[in-house]
Design a protein around this ligand. Structure first.
Ligand code: SIN
Length: 512
């Protein structure tokens, strides 16, 4: 059971006075327990209905929210004895096949119950679970131990959707590795027909908690939801779709604060930041082509200025604003180390959970990003121009990066990252603009004093730092020559920086 506590600690203030920090929270740093329930999410549906994809996404989403979740895939247990069965194995008249499939289900459920006993919160039982008898047995096993069951049925009678799933399975399922693709498709269709002979959709008479996703969410039927965690899982599954799309991520261009090595604030872009903003339409067009996209920024000047020349429908989100550095807003890392040495070290010890006094932690940012992630799941092509900490959290969601690593990830400045969700994982491409920027990246336990020549140099690498007085005017009215001059100055700065041993362009990072 997780309790609620006050944390109290102190550090030296600006004038040598002691600052007392009181934080209210839970004593669970590595896990956010939304309630005490332990839930078995039982997937239901014929093969090729996207069940494994939904199962993986639920696990990724819950883990990102610090809820301990794990998928138990019955097919993987079955493969231990029968790695590549043909369709006949799944014929209900095949008693040996039936016995082995039952044994695989029992092994998965047994491991799942053990995992619950060790404190797991949400298990996904990823299998067809296509008969009422099988579901009744699973529910009985869970009821006996006091674990809840939430059935998630994916029904799909759209032949095109099924075919596209079948085609993706033939290329990605270990059941068909090394086999002729056409034979694999034929066998898989025959397997589906065998399942169809016995498939029973969940009926009301089963009196269970369920959500039925019909034709990938075009219709949703929900029954007997019991608590908040179940509601969250159901709401998440309702927002999933499988329309092919991509997500583009970019940090804002280099800001004046970046140049000065300061964190936080609401500074304008530097000259090189403006050059990036000007280069962005061409860079984005390379990978977007004619696709329709929606552009999201934070409410801060540097992201709005960066997106200025992109001619897509735009939306500003407060939730995309940078991690709030509280009392450290506007300070350099050197100043933070000097004024708050205990905090400086504590943040390195546990950067994900460390909350700036009067500000936020990465964990807090994830919490406020949940609606953004939900909208990203619901939406189609979206480009997000935001800040480093926020991008780390969004990237960690899509790429399944563990919490202890996500705050230390390298998300280069002046680079567009394209993420394309696929059936089994997310594909990533990066597009770099040839425009240099300073780096304020600090590796764990590195000194705050990042002089030129170090990997984490903060120094201005030679470019002029004043922003033009008329920001939009300069950007809009810039002649080709003026733009070229800005970019030439940025490229020259790049060369200077290289001479001084500072890494530039996409290899550098600015941590805010
Ligand atoms: C499998 O053996 O591939 C899955 C068994 C099932 O879920 O029916």
């Amino acid at each position: 059971m997780i309790g609620h506590i006050f944390w109290m600690d102190s550090s030296e203030g600006e004038n040598g006075d002691e600052l007392l920090h009181v934080t209210y929270g839970t004593n669970a740093h590595d896990e956010t327990q939304v309630d005490d329930s332990q839930i078995c999410v039982v997937m239901v549906g014929l093969p090729a209905r996207g069940k494994s994809l939904i199962a993986q996404k639920i696990v990724r989403y819950l883990k990102w929210l610090s809820i301990n979740a794990k998928s138990f895939n019955v097919g993987s247990y079955r493969r231990a004895d029968t790695p590549q069965p043909n369709a006949e194995f799944f014929n209900t008249g095949n008693t040996e096949g039936e016995r082995m499939r039952r044994a695989a289900a029992e092994a998965a459920v047994s491991d799942m119950l053990k995992w619950f006993g060790e404190g797991g919160h949400v298990a996904i039982l990823d299998a067809t679970n296509s008969t009422k008898a099988r579901r009744t047995w699973i529910k009985g096993q869970c009821d006996a131990k006091g674990y809840e069951c939430l059935f998630v049925e994916s029904r799909c009678d759209d032949p095109d959707l099924v075919l596209s799933n079948v085609l993706s399975v033939k290329t990605s399922s270990p059941d068909y590795v090394g086999q002729d693709p056409e034979d694999a498709v034929k066998d898989f269709m025959a397997r589906i027909r065998n399942y169809e002979k016995v498939y029973q959709s969940i009926g009301d008479e089963e009196q269970v908690t369920f959500v039925k996703l019909i034709n990938v969410g075009s219709q949703v039927v929900i029954n007997a939801v019991q608590n908040y965690l179940q509601t969250r899982i159901i709401y998440f599954t309702m927002n999933l779709h499988i329309t092919p799309r991509s997500i583009w991520l970019s940090r804002h261009g280099e800001s004046q604060y970046n140049v000065e090595g300061k964190i936080g604030g609401d500074a304008d872009l530097s000259v090189r930041g403006y050059a990036y903003a000007q280069a962005l339409p061409e860079l984005v067009a390379k990978s977007v082509g004619d696709a329709e996209i929606t552009l999201w920024t934070s409410t801060m000047k540097r992201t709005i200025q960066t997106a200025h020349h992109l001619k897509y429908p735009k939306k500003q989100w407060k939730a995309l604003d940078e991690l709030d550095a509280g009392v450290c807003d506007g300070l350099t890392y050197e100043e933070i180390e000097e004024k708050y040495p205990v905090d400086f070290r504590a943040r390195d010890d546990d950067k994900y959970n460390y909350r700036y006094h009067g500000g936020e932690s990465y964990r807090d940012v994830v919490t406020r990003l949940e609606p953004i992630i939900m909208e990203m799941e619901r939406g189609e092509n979206i480009m997000v121009v935001t800040h480093q900490a926020v991008l780390r959290c969004i990237y960690a969601y899509f790429m399944n990066v563990p919490q202890d690593q996500s705050p230390w990830m390298e998300i280069p400045l002046h680079t567009v990252i394209k993420l394309t969700p696929r059936a089994y994982g997310t594909q990533e491409e990066r597009f770099k603009a040839d425009i240099p920027a300073v780096s304020t990246f600090r590796a764990k336990y590195a000194s705050a004093n990042m002089g030129a020549g170090s990997e984490e140099a903060t120094e201005n690498s030679g470019a002029p730092t004043e922003a033009p007085a008329q920001v939009d005017g300069v950007a809009d009215a810039a002649t080709t020559e003026a733009k070229d001059a800005i970019i030439a100055s940025a490229v020259a700065a790049n060369d200077v920086a290289k001479e001084r041993g500072i890494e530039v362009n996409g290899d550098m990072l600015v941590t805010e």
